[in-house]
Write a protein of this length. Structure first.
Lengths: 365, 236
């Protein structure tokens, strides 16, 4: 679920059509903030006193259907039910248990009827990329047959005001990799991905969307809120993913970049990718011009898009990128691009200097 | 999955310290004192003063752990990761941030506090101070033994090129309405490394097999047991 609607098809075709979910924000008063737009899930609401995560969870559970009871649960959320925290503080009520991740994990585990109580992974905006990496590693090591990765973050005034205070929000729809980019828009999303080993997939007679062939994570060791300008952490994360998958950069058909639309993030990514792909940058795109920055859920949504892109051999356009940065010229486009190959690299970077990389491989269906 | 335990450091209600200078079990309940810069670093350190309490406690424990493992000083960045388990995360910082945000409709929202409303930010502080380029994350999981970060740290070592992982716990004292009986405020980390080093005498070997941890061949079910076993060996 994202600002482009319910389900992966509406996401995929919305992106291909160049639709934007970034709209005027009515959830709270934006008068004091740098921006008044965000990419919220249309029509989502929660009764007073409950969290927007409740309808999100309900709809995701309905969409994904049966999940094996023994599946391990990895949740990726930066702030969980932060709306409950905000509401309690506004009203002066005692803090509810919902402000703790223990309660959120229990809710997700119960809704999917899992035996595992779950683990939340918090690696800022790389949370779901790292959760997917961890899930894939658990399966590769034989620790689990299947892993449910549940990633969700919502647009809250808490987070919106913070990014505004950090001067990171753009008042206009963001422009990833554009020369005139000035900041990000916040978005919200929820995504549930069921990972499994090959035997399980065969038994279920469910053709997989894609295979997670490689993964990596690394810290910049540079700054808490700013990326390393030389892209060294992202480079290390990608090199780990290449090594894990046993491929070289020449085999990557396309890159699904983090592309927040902030000056420094996008410049850092282009520096890293141009070093990693010294023989020629493959087609590259980012989806935050359509969906905003969905924080902990961003990498999960982007993995779904990457899987669809491998199937279609096409990447969506980068909405908002009118005049690409010189380092991306000819590789980033506002319209969809055809690709050829088996692998897509999907990356995320976040506060705390963390970077995550996934290599998705297409599968015959 | 196995590793050498080469360092232990903490900030808890028992005080602050490191394994090789310790008289007894540091994991205990009680009142947590937030460390000052002077408790942790000998030299002036302006960044430390700007950190929120959660980050100060976590960063201090990581520092003592690296110091204990003779791994505080560095010349080149190194592939060490951090996995910290937390029940309450940066909730106290969230509440402090909300106090700046709620009045005047966000006009006075503190960017400095907001930067620390992601609990993994202190891992970034540690990474940049000590040149740690491995994976770093906060995990939340209800697990009475508090060994989940150790399990994940060992898995990280097995699946990656990281040479070591700092694995442990970090929490502040929670607001009273959320407190649980088994709360352990404070932070404690163990330095797990793939290899023994000639410049440090290892506490011993930790191994994960089928979800169970063993230290020097003896099963351990809780972080308290593991720390006690490390310190007993040190003092033997």
């Amino acid at each position: 679920m994202s600002a482009l609607g319910v389900g992966p098809d509406s996401l995929w075709y919305g992106l291909l059509d160049g639709r934007s979910g970034i709209k005027p924000l009515s959830r709270f008063d934006c008068e004091g903030y740098l921006s008044s737009i965000a990419a919220c899930i249309p029509g989502i609401s929660a009764p007073h006193g409950s969290s927007l995560h409740d309808p999100l969870l309900e709809q995701l559970a309905e969409q994904i259907g049966d999940v094996p009871r023994h599946a391990r649960l990895l949740v990726a959320s930066t702030k969980g039910e932060v709306d409950c925290l905000e509401n309690a503080c506004r009203s002066g009520a005692p803090l509810p248990k919902a402000v703790l991740f223990d309660a959120f994990l229990e809710k997700v585990s119960r809704r999917f009827a899992l035996s595992d109580c779950g683990t939340n992974i918090n690696a800022a905006c790389a949370s779901s990329t790292i959760a997917l990496a961890r899930g894939a590693a658990m399966i590769a090591a034989g620790e689990a047959e299947s892993v449910l990765v549940y990633a969700a973050d919502i647009v809250s005034e808490f987070v919106f005001s913070g990014f505004s205070a950090l001067q990171a929000l753009s008042a206009e729809p963001c422009r990833p990799f554009d020369q005139e980019r000035i900041g990000l828009n916040l978005g919200e999303a929820g995504v549930a991905l069921l990972l499994s080993n090959e035997e399980y997939a065969i038994r279920q007679q469910q053709p997989p969307l894609a295979m997670i062939a490689g993964w990596g994570a690394a810290n910049d060791a540079h700054h808490v809120t700013a990326p390393a300008r030389d892209g060294s952490g992202l480079i290390r994360a990608c090199l780990s993913a290449f090594k894990c998958a046993g491929i070289n950069s020449g085999q990557v058909a396309a890159i699904n970049a983090h592309g927040t639309g902030t000056t420094f993030n996008d410049a850092m990514e282009l520096t890293a990718f141009n070093e990693l792909f010294a023989d020629g940058l493959p087609p590259l795109h980012g989806i935050k011009g359509s969906l905003g920055h969905c924080l902990g859920a961003a990498g999960g949504i982007e993995a779904v898009v990457a899987a669809y892109a491998l199937l279609a051999q096409k990447i969506p356009g980068t909405l908002g990128c009118v005049q690409p940065e010189e380092a991306a010229r000819g590789r980033v486009s506002a319209i969809p691009q055809d690709i050829r190959g088996e692998y897509i690299l999907s990356t995320s970077s976040g506060f705390g200097g963390i970077n995550g990389a996934l290599l998705l491989r297409g599968v015959q269906r | 999955m196995k590793a050498w335990v080469n360092g232990v450091g903490w900030v808890t209600p028992a005080g602050y310290g490191q394994g090789r200078q310790c008289p007894g079990q540091p994991l205990q309940s009680g009142t947590l004192q937030i460390p000052t810069r002077k408790n942790v670093f000998a030299r002036i350190d302006r960044r430390f003063g700007r950190l929120d309490d959660f980050s100060r406690v976590g960063l201090a424990a990581l520092t003592f752990c690296l110091r204990d493992g003779n791994a505080e000083d560095w010349q080149e960045k190194r592939p060490l990761g951090i996995v910290a388990s937390s029940r309450y995360g940066c909730l106290r910082t969230d509440l402090a941030y909300l106090e700046t945000m709620l009045p005047l409709q966000g006009k006075l929202a503190s960017p400095n506090l907001f930067a620390y409303t992601l609990p993994n930010c202190f891992l970034g502080e540690a990474a940049l101070r000590f040149g740690l380029t491995g994976n770093s994350m906060i995990i939340n999981r209800h697990e009475p033994g508090r060994l989940e970060a150790l399990r994940m740290g060992l898995a990280e070592l097995a699946w990656s090129d990281q040479s070591g992982v700092l694995a442990g716990i970090a929490d502040l004292t929670p607001p009273p309405e959320l407190a649980a009986e088994d709360d352990l405020p404070g932070s404690l980390f163990l330095l797990l490394e793939k290899e023994q080093r000639p410049d440090v005498f290892s506490y011993g070997k930790i191994r994960l097999r089928e979800g169970r941890l063993a230290f020097n061949g003896e099963a351990v079910d809780t972080l308290l047991e593991l720390v006690a076993a490390c310190l007993t060996r040190q003092n033997a």
